[in-house]
Structure formats: structure tokens, C-alpha cells
Design a protein. Structure first.
Length: 381
């Protein structure tokens, strides 16, 4: 992110003024050719006309400083698991990022920081937006375990220990090594169990994820990962990881982000049905619908440019290079998500297609939020 949270708070008297509400815009129909709606910036979302009956917990997404925060509760999402700060953060940057969301909640009565699963259920009843504060790294911990409880008390409810690259806790999924949890990483996991922070295995190296799942006394989750058996990608996870997570009661949050859905034999923007194929795969692998969730990796507001170190940086495996070539390399385009679900309000398209593909209302409810709520009720204190 090019602007720090502190700079933004210093220079702005109110958040959410730069992007107008998208009410009145009609979402494009799945399967239609690229249209103005599909080419719109991905951070603008429609106002849903009449809410759907399900609790929708999006377990990975981003909200940027120009977001339309006044309408967070009107997009069909009950709880946003927002990336609370930019990954690979220092302690100070992580703390600034975490506290920013409390500032947002104070400024916007339609949103609040969720601390319990019941808070999320209450958000649905009260037509509010719950903010589930999530960390996509463990770098901020350093070697100081007491920071974990401090951040839990400040609202942190889910974290993954390493973001793609290896750190002091474990290996990342894009790094060269696959050494598993470090000794410190094991202690961090134990402390997360003790204080009630859900452990997220996305972006983490394979051996580390299996050790996390085995060591944790609570179920672990993947907040935004897809089966590599269907979509080979270094960011996706294999069937062994899926089965291990499910065997311990965890949930795999399948993600609608295009580069992790597009198959090498279908070099086009993926559709909602392509995404449901991934749900079918996990349901068949686990034998039930109890271990599947849905995440989007969408943004509300303008996704910032990626910062690059002019002195050089590691060349990690390309996660989106194929998608960049065949669909779009524009990181702000709505086409980075599904044709038919690139706008939060289009969750109704997803619901309709799930039902058309034979999933019961009970199953749809589990996918959208029920399965994750089950884990959160076990983990959070």
C-alpha cells in the first residue's frame, strides 16, 4: 500500500468519500461478452436489491482508503474478513493497521469489529457489516509471544503465519524450502490456540500446513485456496492438504479470484460454473459439504500499485502470469474475478447456480458462512 493508515487518518476527516455508491447499476449476466460492467474497476460494488437469506462470510478480501464504507452492509456480505494490514509488516505497521478498523467502526454505524461468532450472526439480523480482522503474515510477532494475546484483545481473529515467503515461523508456499514449522512457529501456534485466533494455512508451505493441522488442538482453515488437482497453481493446495484439514474439522475457503480458478485448458475468464467445479471436487474428496467455504479476494476501493524494490527482489513462481496473458493483467479490473461473480451483489448468481447444480439450501448456507462459523465458535474466546 502506498499510503499508510496513519497518513490517511491525518489527512482525511472522513473515510469513503472518493468512490460513489454503485446503487442502480445492473450487474452483467454470466456468459455475456465483456461489457462496461465487466471492465469496471473491481473495487466498486452494486447495492443488492433485497438481501438474500444466508449469512455470507467472505474469508479473504481487502478494503482500501477510498472505499464506499457507508454501504458495506448493502452488498450481500454479512462479514468481511478484511486483511487488516499489508503483509510482512513490522509491529508498528501491524498495530497501525489493526487500529484503523476500530476507527472505521467508530465513524460508520453500519459496521463494527466482530469478536465472536454471535456478533456475525447478529450482523445479519441487524443488517450491519461485521469486520473480521485477519492477518496475512506473522512477521509482526518477531520473537515476542505476548504480542499475540495483545493483538487478540485488540480484535485479531484469524492469521496465517507466513505470506508466500519463508519467515521465522515457517515456510511460505512460493519459497524454495519446505521445512515445516520452526520451533518458534510451534509456540506461536500454541499461543493462537490458547487465546483464540483461528489459524489460516493459505499462502503457507505444504509441510508447514500439515504440521499446523496436526499440532493444533482446534480446527485450522484455508481462508482462500483452491484444489491444485483441478487448477495447478503454486498458490493452490493438493488433495492431501484438503483431506488433512477436513479430517480435523477444518474448512477450505475456495476463492473466486480468477488466477486460482482458471484451468490451463480453459484460457479465458472463469465462470461461476468453473468455480462450482472446485466445490464439487472438494465435496467429492471429503464425502460431504461440511468443509467448504467461499472467499473472493475482492477489493472494496482502489487496489494500490504493487511496490517494487529498485535494488531487486526475489523471483517467486508466477501465480497470475498465465491469467495476465490470456485474460487481463490489470490488477484493478473486475475481470480478475469470475464472469458472473465479480461484484458482491452477484452473490445471488452464485446461489442460483449452486441450487441449479443440485446443492440444497442447507449446503448453500454451509458454504456461504455456516461452516466457517462452526470453526470460529470452536476457536474464538
Amino acid at each position: 500500500m502506498t499510503t499508510s493508515r496513519r497518513d490517511f487518518l491525518t489527512n482525511a476527516a472522513w473515510a469513503g468519500l472518493a468512490v460513489p455508491a454503485a446503487s442502480g447499476r445492473t450487474a452483467s449476466q454470466p456468459g455475456a461478452p465483456p461489457s462496461a460492467a465487466q471492465e469496471r474497476p473491481g473495487g466498486v460494488h452494486s447495492i443488492i436489491a433485497g438481501d438474500h437469506p444466508y449469512i455470507f462470510v467472505d474469508t479473504c478480501m481487502q478494503i482500501w482508503e477510498d472505499a464506499d464504507l457507508a454501504n458495506l452492509h448493502r452488498h450481500g456480505v454479512t462479514a468481511y474478513a478484511v486483511t487488516a494490514w499489508t503483509p510482512n509488516a513490522t509491529l508498528e505497521a501491524a498495530l497501525e493497521g489493526l487500529m484503523y478498523w476500530h476507527w472505521v467502526a467508530r465513524r460508520h454505524p453500519n459496521a463494527f469489529v466482530a469478536r465472536t461468532a454471535q456478533d456475525i450472526r447478529g450482523a445479519k439480523r441487524e443488517s450491519k457489516a461485521a469486520l473480521l480482522l485477519a492477518a496475512q503474515d506473522g512477521d509482526w510477532i518477531g520473537g515476542e509471544l505476548h504480542r499475540i494475546e495483545a493483538f487478540q484483545r485488540l480484535g485479531l481473529r484469524m492469521m496465517l503465519p507466513a505470506y508466500n515467503r519463508s519467515n521465522q515461523l515457517c515456510d511460505g508456499c512460493l519459497d524454495r524450502t519446505n521445512g515445516g514449522l520452526t520451533r518458534l512457529g510451534g509456540l506461536v501456534l500454541d499461543e493462537c490456540n490458547r487465546v483464540g485466533i483461528a489459524l489460516d494455512c493459505s499462502h503457507v508451505g505444504k509441510r508447514s500446513t500439515l504440521e499446523m493441522i496436526d499440532r493444533s488442538r482446534h480446527p485450522c482453515v484455508y481462508s482462500h485456496s483452491n484444489p491444485s488437482a483441478v487448477v495447478p497453481n503454486p498458490r493452490n493446495i493438493d488433495d492431501e492438504q484438503i483431506k488433512a484439514c477436513a479430517a480435523r474439522g477444518g474448512v477450505i475457503g475456495l476463492v473466486s479470484w480468477g488466477p486460482l480458478v482458471m484451468r490451463p485448458d480453459r484460457l479465458r475468464q472463469p465462470t461461476v460454473d468453473d468455480f462450482i467445479d472446485l466445490i464439487d471436487h472438494v465435496a467429492g474428496l471429503t464425502g460431504n459439504t461440511d468443509h467448504i467455504g467461499i472467499s473472493t479476494d475482492m477489493s472494496i476501493g482502489t487496489y494500490p500499485d504493487h511496490e517494487r524494490d529498485p535494488w531487486g527482489q526475489p523471483e517467486y513462481p508466477g501465480v497470475s502470469s498465465l491469467y495476465d496473458r490470456h485474460v487481463t493483467a490489470d490488477i484493478r479490473s473486475a475481470r480478475r474475478n469470475l464472469d458472473g461473480f465479480s461484484d458482491y451483489a452477484e452473490v445471488t448468481n452464485l446461489i442460483g447456480r449452486l441450487q441449479a447444480r443440485g446443492y440444497r439450501d442447507e449446503d448453500v448456507g454451509k458454504f456461504l458462512g455456516g461452516n466457517f462459523l462452526r470453526v470460529f465458535e470452536q476457536v474464538w474466546q
